[in-house]
Design a binder for this molecule. Sequence first.
Ligand code: PHE
Length: 349
Amino acid sequence: MKEQAESIKSEVVSSIKNVNTLSDLANLKAKYLGKTGSITELTKNMKDLSIEERKNVGQITNILKNEVTEIFETREREINDAILNEKLSKEVIDVTLPSKKIKRGSLHPMTRITEEFEDFFVSMGYTVYDGPEIESDENCFQKLNIPVGHPARDAQDTFYLSNEVEKFLLRSQTSTAQVRAMEENVDKGPIRIVCPGKVYRRDEDATHSHQFMQIEGLVIDKNISMADLKGTLEMMMKRVLGEKTKVRFRPSYFPFTEPSVEVDVTCFKCGGKGCNLCKQTGWIEVLGAGMVHPDVLTMSGYDPKVYQGFAFGTGLDRMAMFKYGIPDIRTIYGNDIRFIEQFDRKDED
Ligand code: PHE
């Protein structure tokens, strides 16, 4: 019995030397240790043996099993090491190769410009106010001094969700935020808000989109004058378009402000000398503004004898087009990644 075990062991030792793959190793292992393997076979007739012999055979086969198993494990490690070494010697890493470009996301120009305005106003103590895009006719027009049938509605034709006047429409201006902020303020005390957001109109060409963005500002307090408005807008434009920017007020008309102004800035392309962008005037119109109309204050519960206010509204798309040199507003909403990528780090340039 002992000799038999010895010869099996030396057979394993000699044949395993020629095995170089894991699958051949598995086959060889089955030949000895598998269900019908020769080592397993040794214990097959155990039941016919005496107790003494059984003990002997059991002991010898157990030792043999352990030894052979170890021989297989060692060989398996050797083969695995060889496979790994071969892989390592073939896979050369060239550290001088340029690295793969990591794609960094970038902010959409509209997000960028909106945040720039918000940061400025927050630094001046304003709150960013959010209003809904679906609005009532009342908030969008009537409480801004634009009753049903008023001609000022023509310039702001929008999308109506129902024919009935009291029902809803898509807001055509963020000035709706003026009404909402005043009505929500139960103490009827001071207000200082900016409201950036989407607005809608029935327009569509290179400089007009049916959906665009505005930012509205509203300040209500005691002793507010046009000087406060002008100072605020001058600071704002300098921050967004550069320190050299100058601001000019021209008389204008909006039903909800009195007096009303249109605001021009010195052309940031030519610095005011005159060029194709400013049509040789040196100025570019950027926003509408004015002192909140006493009737608008009254309609939303404020006493115009105690409180005054100023309001302004500007198109954020227009500002982004100026600032980033975007020729067609439609590309802003085209969702083409190649367009957005161009604005990566634009501000740091
Ligand atoms: N809402 C006006 C527009 O869209 C702009 C404006 C806002 C004018 C606030 C005056 C005061 O044209």
